[in-house]
Design a protein around this ligand. Sequence first.
Ligand code: AMP
Ligand code: MG
Length: 326
Amino acid sequence: MASKKSRKAREREDELVAKAATDEAKKAAKLAAKLEKAQEKAAEAVAAAPQRVADVLAVGAGFRLADVDPSSTPGFDGKKADGEAALAAGAQPLSDLQERLWAASRGGDTRNVLLVVQAMDTAGKGGIMRHVVGAVDPQGVRHTAFKAPTAEERAHDFLWRIRRALPQAGEIGVFDRSHYEDVLVVRVHDLVPRATWSRRYATINRFEKSLADKGTTVVKVMLHISKDEQKARLAERLDRPDKHWKYNPGDVDERGHWDAYQEAYQVALTRCSTQAAPWYVVPADKKWYARWAVQQLLTDALADLDPQWPVADFDVEAEKKRLAES
Ligand code: AMP
Ligand code: MG
């Protein structure tokens, strides 16, 4: 009797285990279907884009920063989940192109790429570094964050520290802030006389043209955030102890100069968007969109270079034979 009862109990247990396994499998299948659908939708959203993101976001004649809606998603016809799926799908192609650029440099190709990222505080520069640039081999990336210049840097002209941080052959240089601070924060706060900063636009254009002439593809991105979104992000930093480290009381002071900064950006964007080094304004209220858009800009820049695998400088067949015999 006892053994019969326990057999029944065992059967019931088996049943429960089987049911749990089926539920788990169902859940997994549902999740997989959901992911597949999101990826399909992401591909559709990209395919529906009329042009390359670069064409939609480039600063051209008559550009007005105030007319760009920071919450818009130009060139992407989808929602957050689609954007995140598209970003995930774009990581490998970007990484592959970077590897080819690096490999090509081993074969003597001296070209490189410089990504310049400028933005108001909290606009998401850090997220671009982590989620876009973070997808490529760090060995091929030269990353520099520019802060207020040190005494040594101030003793030189404003491009001195920039020149020292330029990417070498095969590298992707990434500037978190840049020489543009010297016509942004410097202009807003009159850190040097007007006569000095006003000359810098032409100096910057000459400098960037010389970079392009020497084989650097310069991609300049402004992450464009709204004043309201900045307030929300600063509030979140204050609300969350794990974000206090990101909060800088000075950001609220800079926020007080919002309009002056927008004007300084308007001038820098229009005076320094050149054929040699165009500016792209990326709406940044939606982090997922900004990340995807910058990923595309970078990927397209690399794809345009079309770096080639270097040809072996040894006899491949002879080496195969030597290896086989070893
Ligand atoms: P963050 O990027 O938030 O770490 O802040 C860096 C700070 O350095 C910002 O407040 C910039 O405005 C400031 N900064 C960067 N470059 C310059 C410059 N050339 N002159 C003055 N301040 C600068
Ligand atoms: Mg900051």
